[in-house]
Each structure stands twice: as C-alpha cells, then as structure tokens.
Design a protein around this ligand. Sequence first.
Ligand code: ATP
Length: 266
Amino acid sequence: MMPNDRPAASSIHCRDVTVQFAPSSVAVDRVELTVQSGEIVSLIGPSGCGKTTLLRAIAGLQPMNQGRVELDPVAIASEGQIGFVFQQPALLPWASTLQNVLLPLELIGRGTSRLRREAAEHALESVKLADARDKRPHELSGGMQMRASIARALVTGPSILLLDEPFAALDDMLRNELGRLLLSLWQQQQFTAVMVTHNISESILLSHRIAIMRDGVLESVIDNPIAWPRSPSQMRTPEFAQFFGVVSDLLRGPSSATVGAQEDTS
Ligand SMILES: Nc1ncnc2c1ncn2[C@@H]1O[C@H](COP(=O)(O)OP(=O)(O)OP(=O)(O)O)[C@@H](O)[C@H]1O
C-alpha cells in the first residue's frame, strides 16, 4: 500500500437510486442508503433482488434511471480510489501474482516503478502471499487466488472497497480464513466497504450494518450488535445465534413460512 497517498475513507450516499432494465421490472427501486466513512455494510437478499445492480451503481458502473450516488470525499475508480473484489478472482492467467497486483498501479500510473513494486510487495505481504509472488494464477489454490484478488483491490489504498459475493465459491474454512483476513485489513486501513453476500453468518461477522433487499427495494437496514473486534469464534456465541435469527426472519419476510433459519439466501 501507499499509506501516505490514502485519502480519507469516503462516505457513500445513495439517493433515490433507481435502475430499470425493462419497462416492467425495476431492478433497484428508489434506494436510499448511507454508508458512513469506515463502515462496512452487507447487502443481503434473495437472488435477483438487485444487490449487484446497486453495488454497480455505487461503483459508477451502472447507469441509473433516477437518483444519484454521492461519495464524500469524491472517490474515483480510475484513480484507484475504489477497489473491487468479485466472486471470481479474475487474475490475468499469463501474469505472475506480483504482476497481477501491480496492474492497477500501472494502469493509474502512480509513483515510480520502484514505489509501485514496493506497494505491490507490501500488498502481497498483507494477504500472506509474499512467497507466491512469482507464481502464475493456475499454480495458486482458490483461497490464494482470492487473496491475490483482495491484494489487487487494495494495492492502490482505496477509500472504498466494493465486494460482490467475494467468498461464495470457497468452502467454509476458507471463507472463515478470508473473513478474518478482511477484518484485519479493514482494521489497518479503515476503508468504507459494501459487500454483497448470500450468507447470513458472513454478513453478520463482517459488517457493522446489514441492508436487506427484496424485489429491488431496500426493505431494512439493521445495526449489527456483535462486538468488535470480530473473529469467527463469535459465530458460536448465543448473541450471534440470536442475531442470525433476527436477520433470517427479516429475510423470510412477513409472508414466508415460519420454519427454521436458512444459512444461504439464494
Ligand atoms: N444487464 C442487465 N440487463 C437486464 N436485466 C438485468 C441486467 N442485470 C441485472 N438484471 C436484472 O435485474 C435484476 C437484479 O439483478 P441483480 O444481479 O442485481 O440481482 P442480485 O440480487 O445481485 O442477484 P444474485 O444474488 O443472483 O446475484 C434481476 O431481475 C436481473 O435479471
């Protein structure tokens, strides 16, 4: 990272955000959401409810039919102030891990080549991939590829990190390991983050507040009472189980059956 270049983490203000792909279906419907500077908010809801579309609108990648997204201070993706982590690590297959992580710095042309290399090496260290710097993506495990993808998203020192189901393709152990890593990176860097997930436990473990979407509408945003600092061991506490029940009840909505909570919302 280049800590001296890091701007203050931006707050995100979604005002009346509306995205309509077809006349009859509104993917995101008049969403009002504020994410404070340094806050992590999870977006959770059934498949197709508009989570990714809202995240893309926040990123400036999705044109809106109505409303706006304000970032304060302004964060510009092309200047490395917004980092993205997707479900698939999407690393360049012919490039080494180090070269993959260097790429965003080269694209924005920040610093000298020595400084860029130092920043990329530091980012790799922060995700515990220093030993894999010369390996190609196919030589990395799924968890290592995702760590490289996180290093690539954070190498520019973004003030906003947007994550779209980042750990969905991984098994539970890796999910926990990467969740722990994300928490420790957030503690060091205090970026503002929005994370789309289908996983209730993950949304509770990793966020300050949980935003529940259904049919394009932001139905509720609830404070997460689980204490900080967070660790996966908290998932075994009664408080966690109780809050899990609250979130899953809200996800099921008033019209759904009252049978036991489901871990996955998809
Ligand atoms: N580019 C597009 N063109 C047309 N319709 C789209 C497009 N992108 C998304 N949609 C539609 O918008 C709605 C919301 O999609 P979105 O991907 O945002 O949902 P999601 O909650 O992220 O779903 P999932 O959890 O399955 O990823 C869906 O009905 C989807 O089919």
